[in-house]
Design a protein around this ligand. Structure first.
Ligand code: IFM
Length: 446
C-alpha cells in the first residue's frame, strides 16, 4: 500500500536559485565588483578562487535553461549583476528572461546578490547613503528593460550578510571590520530596499530575501534568553522592524548605543523603508543556539566563518553553540524545525503577507549520488508543508542551488548543486537529488 503523500497547495511554485557572481563568469564583459577585488586579496578566498569563469553560465545559459526545463522547474531565481548593467550588458538578462518564458519557467529576479560595483565601494560602499540612491537608479534601469516580463522582484539578498559579514567581521567582500559601519550599511540597505520598491512598476510583485535567524537560547535562564533577544534584534528585527513595522526596535538601539548613535537614520527614512510588500523571501539553512558569555568572550562559532572580528556589534557577551546532530559540509547543523518556526513567526507577525522560501539546501561532497541532500530537502519540505497546514501562507520554494558554484570565501570547495558541475569541462550532470526534485516539482507531492 502506498504511504500517504504530502500534497502542496495548487499553484505552489517549485524553483531553484543561483546568483550572478556565483555562476556567470564572463568577467571581461563587465566592470569589477567588490568580490573581484576580494578574490584577489591574498588569503580571503579558499584556493585563491575567482569568479572570472565561475561555471561559465554567461556562455552556457541556453543549455542551463534547457536543463531547468528538463527538471520541470516552474520558476528560476537568478540575480542581475550591477557591474554588468553598468557596462551595458543588460541584454544578457533580456535574452535569459525570454528564454525562460519560452520554456514556461517564471523568472524571479534579484537585483542585488552581493556584487557591488567596485567604484561604489571606492566611494564609501553601503555605509554611505548615496549607495542606496545609486541602487534606486540601477533598479529603474533594470525595470525599464525587464519590467514588462518579470513579475517577481527581490530587491536584496540577505542584507545581514552584506552588512555584517562584509563590513563587520570582514569574511565577505569588501572585507571591512567596523561594527559602526556594519550598522550604517544595514540601514542604507534597508533604505535601498525602500527606494527600489517605490521605483518598481506597479505590476511588479516586490519582496526582499532575508536570512532570518531561528535563534534559540541554550537554556531557559534569563541571561540566555537575553542573549537570544540581542541576536534576534541584530539578525532579524534590524530588518523586519523598519520593513514590516516602519521603525527600528528600541532594544536594538539601546544594545548598540556604545557602537553608534544611529544619527545616520534621517527623519522619514523608516517610513520610506516601510513600503508595501508582495512577499517576504525567507532563506533558511540552520538555526543558531546562543547563551550569555559572562566573561565577555563569546566563542565565534556562529557558522559564518573564522574571523578575529565579530559580526555582532554590541553583542560580545553572547556565545554561539554548535547543536548536536548531523551537519552538512558547511558544518551547519541539520534542523528543519528552524524553518517551521520562522515561517510560523512571520505568518504571525505579518498576517496575510505571502511567504516564499527563496533559498534552502545543503552542501555535501561532490558525488553524483547524494542521499544526504535528498534527506535534507525532504525533511525541510516536510517542515514547510507542516507550516502551510498550520496556516503559513507559503507560496513557493527555491532550492539552493540549481548547480555547483562559487561559494564565496569557500571558493569552489563546497557543493550546493542538485546538478554537479565539472569545473574543468563545465559539464553539467544532474545528481540523484535533481531527479528526486524533478519528480516533486512535477507531482507537487512529497
Ligand atoms: O551560496 C549562498 C548564497 O549566495 C546566499 N545564501 C547562502 C548560500 C549558501 O551559503
Amino acid at each position: 500500500m502506498e504511504t500517504q503523500r504530502l500534497r502542496f497547495p495548487e499553484g505552489f511554485l517549485w524553483g531553484a536559485a543561483t546568483a550572478a557572481f556565483q555562476i556567470e563568469g564572463g568577467a571581461a564583459l563587465r566592470g569589477p565588483s567588490i568580490w573581484d577585488t576580494f578574490c584577489r586579496t591574498p588569503g580571503k578566498v579558499h584556493g585563491g578562487a575567482t569568479g572570472d569563469m565561475a561555471v561559465d553560465h554567461h556562455r552556457l545559459w541556453r543549455q542551463d535553461v534547457q536543463l531547468m526545463a528538463r527538471l520541470g522547474l516552474g520558476a528560476y531565481r537568478f540575480s542581475v549583476s550591477w557591474p554588468r548593467v553598468l557596462a551595458g550588458g543588460i541584454g544578457f538578462y533580456d535574452a535569459l528572461v525570454d528564454e525562460l518564458l519560452s520554456h514556461g519557467i517564471r523568472p524571479s529576479l534579484t537585483l542585488y546578490h552581493w556584487d557591488l560595483p567596485q567604484e561604489l565601494e571606492d566611494a564609501g560602499g553601503w555605509p554611505e547613503r548615496e549607495t542606496a540612491y545609486a541602487f534606486a537608479g540601477y533598479t529603474e534601469q533594470v525595470a525599464k528593460v525587464l519590467g514588462d516580463r518579470v513579475e517577481m522582484w527581490t530587491t536584496l539578498n540577505e542584507p545581514w550578510c552584506i552588512s555584517f559579514l562584509g563590513y563587520g567581521s570582514g569574511v565577505h567582500a569588501p572585507g571591512r571590520t567596523s561594527p559602526a559601519d556594519a550598522l550604517r550599511a544595514a540601514h542604507h540597505l534597508n533604505l535601498a530596499h525602500g527606494l527600489a520598491a517605490a521605483a518598481l512598476p506597479a505590476a511588479a510583485r516586490v519582496g526582499i530575501s532575508l536570512n532570518p535567524s531561528a535563534v534559540r537560547p541554550l537554556t531557559g535562564s534569563a541571561a540566555d534568553r537575553d542573549a537570544q533577544r540581542r541576536i534576534d534584534a541584530l539578525a532579524n528585527r534590524i530588518f523586519t522592524g523598519p520593513l514590516l513595522g516602519g521603525a527600528y526596535p528600541q532594544d536594538l538601539l539601546a544594545d548598540t548605543a556604545s557602537v553608534t548613535d544611529w544619527s545616520f537614520v534621517r527623519p522619514g527614512d523608516e517610513a520610506l523603508i516601510h513600503q508595501p510588500m508582495d512577499f517576504l523571501g525567507v532563506n533558511y539553512y540552520t538555526p543558531a543556539v546562543v547563551s550569555a558569555a559572562p566573561d565577555g568572550a563569546g566563542p565565534r562559532a556562529d557558522g559564518h566563518g573564522a574571523t578575529d572580528h565579530s559580526p555582532w556589534p554590541g553583542a560580545d557577551t553572547v556565545a554561539f553553540h554548535q547543536p548536536p546532530g548531523d551537519r552538512t559540509d558547511m558544518g551547519w547543523s541539520v534542523d528543519p524545525t528552524g524553518l517551521y518556526d520562522l515561517l510560523m513567526r512571520f505568518a504571525r507577525e505579518a498576517p496575510g503577507l505571502p511567504l516564499m522560501v527563496t533559498e534552502n539546501g545543503a552542501a555535501y561532497g561532490p558525488d553524483l549520488h547524494d542521499p544526504q541532500r535528498i534527506a535534507y530537502l525532504e525533511a525541510h519540505l516536510t517542515a514547510l508543508h507542516r507550516a502551510v497546514a498550520d496556516g503559513a501562507p507559503v507560496q513557493g520554494y527555491f532550492l539552493w542551488s540549481l548547480m555547483d558554484n562559487f561559494e564565496w570565501s569557500y571558493g569552489y570547495s563546497k557543493h550546493f548543486g542538485i546538478v554537479h558541475v565539472d569545473y574543468e569541462t563545465q559539464e553539467r550532470t544532474p545528481r540523484s537529488s535533481a531527479h528526486w526534485y524533478a519528480r516533486l516539482a512535477r507531482s507537487g507531492a512529497l
